[in-house]
Design a protein around this ligand. Structure first.
Ligand SMILES: Cc1cc2nc3c(=O)[nH]c(=O)nc-3n(C[C@H](O)[C@H](O)[C@H](O)COP(=O)(O)OP(=O)(O)OC[C@H]3O[C@@H](n4cnc5c(N)ncnc54)[C@H](O)[C@@H]3O)c2cc1C
Length: 462
């Protein structure tokens, strides 16, 4: 065998897996067909946050007067904003190169296909093919933008997230189809920079996985920011023959035609399971994802899969945690199974959203008797000083045992606050323990303590 472990794909699943494997003493290689860092660093988490930061700074500049400063007319060159985002992504990708060297991981560039007998064949960019073998092969090939049959992406007028991150010119108008985290983040970015944005969402609420109160609040905030929102609506067909795009949208009140320069399809992802040898090796898939057990073993011994390519939450931190769990189990360490009920989810538009655990509706459906507490940022000294007090913290506890069932926040800065709830839930902390843990003043985090206090009828500042 050439290696103890070969990892295919270098996203936050693959590269983190490779580093942990190397730390555990495994001779490790990683194979990547594009850029180190995968979607997350190159076309996902990081470049979107760079764009959103530009939008936030632009917004602050245009609201200088709100902070007692002189009025300024902010302006920008769109290509420079895109270039900054690409630069941030490239820097992060270079960082992974450094980490691979530091951990003595062999990086093999090329397209990998798994073979029987624990082998991997790699087609290099120059056309050459090389074969490698390993005791354990970990598939972390990730996913790509999902294409709907009635919304085929041509990359120009009907685009996916890659094009949305690298448009040469700013569109005057854009229809965003799908209002999950990705759709909403792009909608917010483009709208803040001056594009007329319409969101079309199939479900009754935008950000449909979130607690209903959070979804409703975000809808109000985005509408206030000038974004048009259509819920219970679906794009039936697009016509790209004219100057822009005409989208035929089915609504409860009948069909309407929307016109825009560009349509961004943000309707989810499709796992990269094609042409990687799964059929030849006999690795089972189900509904487009690789089937694994709780230790990420596929149906064939010696082959594993983690990250967006398996049917768990498609998030970078999930992919990384799965990879670490997978190699630690291979090493024979005493490992805890992942708790998918305690995975935080964040959306980085403004106001941001951060949540973990059950929504109020889910908690009720599960039969819990619940205590709910809510604290608005309008009552927070820090949020008011920040000039940004839109949003709230909502907490849900089991009335009987005090278990913290769910935490749902909306507001500027909440994505940095959700870890408190994640750690507390991991440690099975009760509401009273949170209440008695003194939070620093003035911080946004006090809103968590106050929301918990509200749940127990002890809130101070409202
Ligand atoms: C616009 C956008 C924003 C996002 N924002 C967030 C966020 O804020 N927070 C968050 O947690 N998640 C976010 N995500 C999701 C996150 O990017 C993914 O969950 C994460 O990248 C999955 O990691 P992965 O390692 O499974 O796969 P990927 O990151 O997709 O990496 C897979 C890698 O495998 C390579 N590969 C594929 N096939 C082969 C092959 N045959 N041979 C060799 N290499 C191959 C690919 O080139 C790629 O580099 C976002 C996604 C998008 C699209």
């Amino acid at each position: 065998m050439n290696y103890d472990i070969i990892v295919i794909g270098s996203g936050p699943g693959g590269y983190v897996t490779a580093i942990r494997a190397a730390q555990l003493g495994f001779k490790t290689a990683i194979i990547e067909k594009e850029n180190l860092g995968g979607i997350c660093l190159n076309w996902g988490c990081i470049p979107t946050k760079a764009l959103l930061k530009s939008a936030q700074v632009f917004k602050y500049i245009n609201h200088a007067e709100d902070f007692g400063l002189n009025k300024v007319e902010g302006s920008f060159d769109f290509p420079n904003v895109i270039q900054r985002s690409r630069g941030v992504a490239n820097r992060m990708s270079k960082g992974i190169e450094f980490l691979m060297k530091k951990n003595k991981i062999d990086v093999i560039f090329g397209t990998a296909t798994v073979k029987k007998g624990k082998k991997v064949s790699v087609e290099k960019k120059d056309g050459g093919v090389e074969e490698f073998s390993a005791e354990h092969i970990i598939i972390a090939t990730g996913a790509r933008s999902r294409e709907l049959p009635n919304l085929p992406q041509d990359g120009k007028k009907v685009i996916g997230y890659r094009q949305a991150l690298s448009l040469p010119n700013q569109p005057k108008s854009m229809i965003v189809v799908g209002s999950g985290a990705i759709g909403v983040e792009f909608a917010y970015f483009y709208a803040t920079m001056g594009t007329k944005v319409t969101i079309v969402e199939f479900m009754p609420n935008i950000v449909p996985v979130e607690d209903e109160e959070v979804s409703k609040h975000l809808e109000k905030s985005l509408k206030k920011a000038g974004i048009e929102i259509m819920t219970n609506a679906s794009v039936e067909a697009v016509d790209t023959t004219g100057n822009g795009v005409k989208a035929n949208v089915k609504t409860a009140k009948g069909n309407v035609t929307l016109e825009a320069d560009i349509v961004l399809s943000a309707v989810g992802i499709t796992a990269n399971i094609e042409n990687i040898g799964l059929e030849e090796v006999g690795i089972q898939t189900d509904r487009g994802r690789i089937l694994v057990n709780e230790w990420y073993q596929t149906s064939v011994p010696g082959y594993y899969a983690i990250g967006d390519v398996i049917p768990t939450q498609a998030l970078a931190h999930v992919a990384s945690a799965e990879g670490i769990t997978c190699v630690e189990k291979i090493k024979g360490l005493s490992v805890e199974k992942m708790n998918y009920g305690n995975i935080p989810g964040c959306t980085y538009c403004l106001p941001e959203i951060a949540s973990v655990g059950l929504t109020e509706k889910q908690a009720k459906e599960k039969g819990y008797e619940i205590k709910v507490g809510k604290f608005p940022f309008s009552a927070s000294g820090k949020a008011t000083a920040n000039g940004d007090n839109d949003g709230f913290v909502k907490v849900i506890f089991d009335a009987k045992y005090g278990e913290w069932l769910g935490c749902h926040m909306i507001g500027n800065g909440v994505t940095e606050m959700i870890a408190e709830a994640v750690v507390a839930r991991k440690l099975e902390t009760t509401g009273h323990e949170i209440l008695k843990a003194v939070h620093p003043h003035p911080t946004l985090s006090e809103a968590v303590m106050e929301a918990v206090a509200a749940a127990y009828g002890e809130v101070i500042h409202i």
